[in-house]
Write a protein that binds this ligand. Sequence first.
Ligand SMILES: [Zn+2]
Length: 64
Amino acid sequence: MEEKPDEILTIEKIEGRRKCPSCGEENKNMIHESVDKTRIINDYPRVYGNKYRCGQCGTEWREK
Ligand SMILES: [Zn+2]
């Protein structure tokens, strides 16, 4: 199956509290951070971007 890394929602990084771009959830216990291996920020040393998933509505997104 072909990967489509660009399908994920990308938003501007917000100052202060991270919140869900879809439902506005702000509780950090509901926002799950994980490594997005489709997005390489730096080659050496290898650094990947992060992505986030809202435990409330299931939306996944990453920040610019
Ligand atoms: Zn949400």
